[in-house]
Design a protein around this ligand. Sequence first.
Ligand SMILES: O=C1O[C@H](COP(=O)(O)O)[C@@H](O)[C@H](O)[C@H]1O
Length: 238
Amino acid sequence: MAREQLNSASYNWNAFADRPQLASALAAKVADRLTRAIDRRGRAFLAVSGGTTPAKFFADLSAAPIAWDKVIVTLVDERFVPASSPRSNAGLVAANLLQNAAKAARFVPLYHEAAGIEDAATSDDAALRSLPWPLDVVVLGMGPDGHTASFFPDADDLPKLLDPASDRMILPVHAKSAGEPRLTLTLARIIDADFLALHIEGEDKRVAFDNAVAPGPRKPIRAVLDASPKPVEVFWAP
Ligand SMILES: O=C1O[C@H](COP(=O)(O)O)[C@@H](O)[C@H](O)[C@H]1O
């Protein structure tokens, strides 16, 4: 059900009675899109977000009976911390998604030891170029401030992160509100995806989303909705 058409893109609002039902539905949709990609091109390329929201969705997806050995999983963004850190998105993915059937997938992390975030982003960008772009599936999250990926409203160089014509895969992010330096997919790579979903939960995120799509100062999530050539599938539960 499309709640409203935006001035340059649209989104579809998929609301669920509770979070387990959302997790099950999103996992089934992502598994279906991955299988279609494998049927079409012999492999599938998935980018997922971290934070606190996706754990149940990851657990449901990890059990999906698909050809996980043909799936490459990477991150939409990463905090500049090792996988052993409780802040690590790679750690969240390892503990919740790369389990069960999904253990057979190939995981490509973003964090690696480097002199600094700029060096890490440069080497990530070079290393990830060999992956089978464009992404088949991207699942975004969103913070209460309207950030998505690591596109924080107070990020230095935010226009560069949000440039729909960027040829970069990965860029570094410095933002006071981010907690630590970040590595992020660029908006250009995100909107190239064959299937783009936004997974948000709770009344606070619904209000934040509604504020972001209302007229007014443009939040990063709105930049993604406006730039996406296809409707973004929003999955929400209270
Ligand atoms: O810092 C981050 O925040 C967003 C949203 O996280 P959530 O805990 O509010 O769901 C997340 O999508 C992103 O991957 C993460 O690095």
